[in-house]
Design a binder for this molecule. Structure first.
Ligand code: ADP
Length: 301
């Protein structure tokens, strides 16, 4: 089973082109949708989750017409929105049980088993009697996943789930997601490059409503080999370097500025070859050095 998105477009009434002719093929496994704030990720997620309408395009999940057969999609969808409320005074077990009833799992014994299995899977069984108001951010996100997994969804959509999690919680949450990818289509939207590089087997980069690159992270990194050059300079030298070279990213290191430049051959003295990573892929796509925006006027990374 796979999710196929073709020529999806959406313009909001105020004229914002949130999605512009988006086409993607998303197979089983973890798929990362990476882009900066405002890129259109939530618009795409909400459209796939049948919560808002597109202007045009076609989306198929297996043989389901996602934009039209909304009830069929909802029956097989697990959606974790960017923000969701919980009842702070209710325990995890009781609230999950309540959502299970809403999902149509009415048999008491079956529901008990399902709730227990999901609490175990999301590592919340020990905390099942605890009130949700006392949960950490990571526990709350895992609870959100437990709710999303009710009814065995074949399509799981998670919108920016790692924002606000501490490093240990983030790793635990991402590991949980990657287990789900073994049997479902899992679509993860994020602005954090490491979320994608650590787990996704496929990815796309989106900016201003347009898909800039669709690739396998490892393959995309490999293609950058020999094209990323690094120089450590004083901040005051940056404007000159930017005038002469295709600077894709800059970052501070112990008070100096580390510059990454995209070039097919050595850019000159002061530069050394850099071991490419997914951040280089991301910034090269954003700067129009690779992918579908290639050749267009450069955008500051
Ligand atoms: P992301 O999730 O990548 O941050 P969004 O899908 O939330 O991006 O937003 C994409 C663009 O659409 C942004 O420019 C945003 O300001 C705009 N936008 C989002 N929702 C609305 C709305 N309801 N009305 C008008 N513009 C919107």
């Amino acid at each position: 089973m796979q999710l196929t998105i073709e020529h999806l477009s959406k313009t909001y009434p105020n004229g914002t082109h949130a999605l512009q002719d988006v086409s993607l093929t998303i197979p089983q496994g973890m798929f990362g949708l990476l882009g900066p704030n405002g890129a259109g990720k939530s618009t795409l997620m909400r459209t796939l989750a049948t919560l808002q309408e597109a202007d045009s395009g076609d989306v198929r999940l297996g043989d389901i017409d996602v934009l039209r057969q909304k009830d069929e999609v909802r029956r097989t969808l697990g959606y974790l929105p960017q923000e969701f409320g919980v009842y702070p005074k209710v325990s995890a077990e009781d609230l999950l049980d309540h959502f299970a009833v809403l999902k149509g799992i009415t048999g008491r014994r079956e529901r008990k088993e399902v709730v227990k299995a999901l609490l175990e899977q999301t590592n919340l069984y020990e905390a099942r009697k605890k009130k949700l108001g006392g949960f950490s951010g990571g526990m709350r996100q895992r609870f959100g996943i437990a709710v999303a997994l009710l009814g065995n969804p074949r399509l799981i959509i998670v919108d920016e789930p790692t924002a606000g999690l501490d490093p240990a919680e983030r790793v635990r949450f991402l590991n949980l997601l990657s287990e789900l990818g073994e049997s479902s289509v899992v679509l993860l939207s994020t602005h954090i490059v490491e979320d994608v590089s650590e787990l996704c087997t496929r990815m796309a980069i989106i900016d201003r409503g347009e898909i800039l690159l669709e690739a396998e992270p490892l393959g995309a990194i490999e293609e950058m080999r020999g094209r990323i050059w690094r120089s450590v300079i004083d901040k005051s030298a940056l404007p000159a370097v930017e005038r002469e070279h295709a600077v894709i990213s800059t970052r501070l290191l112990a008070g100096r500025t580390v510059v990454h430049v995209h070039a097919d051959a050595a850019p000159g003295p002061g530069f050394e070859p850099a071991e490419p990573d997914l951040e280089d892929v991301y910034f090269s796509a954003m700067a129009g050095r690779i992918g579908r925006r290639r050749g267009e006027p450069e955008v500051a990374a």
